[in-house]
Design a protein around this ligand. Sequence first.
Ligand code: HPA
Length: 279
Amino acid sequence: MNHQDTVAHASLHIREKLGNIQAGTWGLVLGSGLGPVAEAITSAQDIPYTEIPGLPQTGVAGHGGFLRSGRLGGRPVLAFCGRVHLYEGYSPQDVCLPVRALGNLGVGTIVLTNAAGALNPGFDAGCLMLITDHINMTGQNPLTGPNIEAFGPRFPDMGQAWCPALLALARRTALELKLPVERGVYIQITGPSLETPAETRAYRHLGADAIGMSTAIEAIAARHMGLRLLGVSCLTNKNTPDCMEKISHEEVLRMAGRTAEDMARLLKAIAAAPEPGNA
Ligand code: HPA
């Protein structure tokens, strides 16, 4: 089965299970340790990934593995709880299947979340960062190969990948909730090895504020389909070249779990607001 058919098949199955997707539904992709965001979704109906045909199965601790349909702040949402990564050996197409299924189902806005290391020395672990832009450092791209015209154009513009109006709404909402948030550039590496001090220094020089192993390629697939994007990182650790501390996956999950409470409050309040117009 080609990729377009795989996406169609997965979407069809989701629609059969959940019925038609309501107008105004937002899609979410929840990364490492972000269970509290999933828990904030009310009237939830879950579909395990194992039941969605073609969907790659998550195998990493802290990554759930179900699609949750429900309401967040009153807004209908479809949340992919748990994602697969390039470092597990999955292709960019596999990794982007959830985002493409959401686009295929008619969702217009997607919120991508992740756990990330703070490269910006001014950013603290335990803080949230709104993604203003990204750098795809993976050397891979979900759009390589023949272009799937039904998804989008051959050369999609990435000049404004992250929706400025959603970003402004997120910032305003965080201020209202008195939640400390940073704004910055997210860089995606493939991992799974963490960075050497020289790499950390190099990525900082490239202009990145936070680093992780997901999100940028999903953003490319989403923008290819013309979807609006909001991105929020949980900064789980500091990652600065001159005070490198050992980073463990367990610690990343622990910090993500703590920061995820703030993420849940923020996303709930953002979702409750009227959808901003395009900037
Ligand atoms: N580097 C890469 N990926 C990460 C990090 C990090 O410091 N923290 C959480 N995910």
